[in-house]
Design a protein around this ligand. Structure first.
Ligand code: HAM
Length: 413
């Protein structure tokens, strides 16, 4: 019988890669903690309706990429393609906005999109998602971008660029849209088939279509900036000033629209030159109308999500960091040492030390080899001599210095 493999686009994270994953996740938790965010863990499945109403009916995600199924009760449910919709749903459902301060939430976990798998693009991928609710001001936008930049810089990622735009608001965007549609309608025949369809449903997305012919056609198109109302103009100016004040490198791109319909005003992406076609390591923006759109109160929101697989690819290309092995490897040198060694290992672990051992006695040379292979800092050797003295020989594996410590006193280790 042929052995089964994982589904296309779904990937095992192997033990050899897991330490890098942990490093990224720990850095994420460290940074969001310093920025005063708390964790929310929404379920990975939600009602399909939630994503249709938030991400937008005519987006690629909703039209082509969702894993949707009918459950046994006849309800349409979907594996979450992103986290923001579920975060907003949970915020409304549990009244998390009622604390008198802005609500600052993050979530780490798997997302699912039925896309064509390639380097940096999977069908199950992971995001760090960070959201601020109830803060309509430009400093919240700036802070979220600073957080993202801090996270990526502290991971030591090279060659990143921050790209920003403002999509305007419900009072100024309709006239921009109208003017864009007029401009593009005159060029309809030269747009790709997808964009010909988008022209009626989602014309803004034509601006960042990847097809060369569309990029050529949108070159002289109207720009968001020419249509911003005063409030949008002031808001975006204040975001840029705050980032400039901190010396954050960013550039403006008036064609940056993003693939989700809920955005208003500030949008941004962080891209890397080392990722090929899937260059966005993170993206986000403000979504002031989303909460109300989902039946909640009028609560503004701003956030981003970073794709962890893409961060891992970038970090894997860097010189390896020294991997931390266990504190001790316990080398069992005779059968009589098995019992005492088993007890010592447990006592050391209870004291918070990390300890490796193999439950079979062996020669000194072979066990020291295993201690090296486990990358232990020290070896604890227990043979007949040690047993007779009620002690263990402890060897520092880099300095080779040796001492004797009591077998029954874990505090001495
Ligand atoms: P997004 O741009 O769709 O935004 O995704 C954010 C990031 O997730 C991307 O920049 C990329 O790194 C990663 N990503 C997306 N799709 C895949 C995939 N198929 N394989 C691997 N990585 C992927 C959102 O999801 C919004 N919810 C972000 C947000 C939060 N906006 C406001 N708050």
């Amino acid at each position: 019988m042929p052995a089964l493999s994982a589904i296309r686009g779904f990937k095992d994270i192997l033990p050899g890669e897991a330490s890098l994953w942990r490093l990224v996740e720990e850095k994420a938790r460290d940074v969001v903690g310093r920025f005063d965010f708390v964790e929310l863990r929404p379920p990975v499945i939600e009602r399909t309706e939630l994503f249709r109403r938030s991400i937008g009916q005519s987006t690629d995600i909703v039209e082509k990429e969702m894993y949707t199924l009918e459950d046994r009760g006849g309800d349409l449910i979907t594996l979450r393609p992103e986290a923001t919709a579920g975060m907003v749903r949970a915020l409304i459902e549990h009244n998390l906005h009622e604390g008198g301060r802005a609500t600052r939430l993050f979530c780490l976990g798997p997302m699912f999109r039925y896309e064509r798998p390639q380097k940096g693009r999977l069908r199950q991928f992971h995001q760090l998602d960070v959201e601020i609710f109830s803060d309509p001001g430009p400093l919240a936008d700036a802070e979220i971008i600073v957080l993202l930049y801090t996270f990526l810089s502290e991971l030591g990622l090279p060659d990143l660029s921050i790209v920003m735009n403002s999509l305007g608001c419900p009072s100024c965007r309709p006239s921009f849209r109208e003017s864009l549609v007029a401009f593009l309608s005159a060029r309809r025949d030269r747009l790709c088939p997808d964009c010909q369809r988008r022209l009626a449903q989602n014309p803004l997305r034509i601006l960042d279509c990847k097809s060369e012919s569309c990029q050529e056609e949108v070159k002289g198109a109207p720009t968001f900036s020419a249509f911003w109302c005063c409030a949008c103009q002031d808001h975006f100016q204040a975001v840029r000033s705050a980032l400039g004040e901190l010396g954050l490198p960013f550039r403006l791109d008036d064609k940056l629209v993003r693939g989700l319909d809920y955005y208003t005003r500030t949008t941004f992406e962080v891209r890397s030159g080392d990722l090929g076609a899937q260059s966005a390591v993170a993206g986000g923006g403000r979504y002031d109308g989303l909460c109300r759109e989902l039946g909640g109160p009028d609560i503004p929101g701003i956030g981003f999500a970073a794709g962890l697989e893409r961060l891992i690819i970038l970090l894997s290309g860097q010189p390896p960091r020294p991997k931390g092995g266990p504190d001790y490897y316990v080398a069992i040198l005779c059968p009589e040492a098995l019992g005492p060694a088993f007890g010592l290992v447990q006592r050391l672990r209870l004291r918070g030390l990390s300890v490796a051992a193999d439950w079979e006695p062996g020669g000194l040379k072979s066990r020291l080899k295993r201690a090296d292979k486990a990358m232990a800092a020290k070896a604890v050797m227990i043979g007949p001599d040690e047993l007779a003295a009620g002690q263990a020989t402890v060897r520092d594996l880099s300095s080779k210095e040796q001492t004797r410590l009591p077998l029954d006193d874990p505090a001495a280790y």
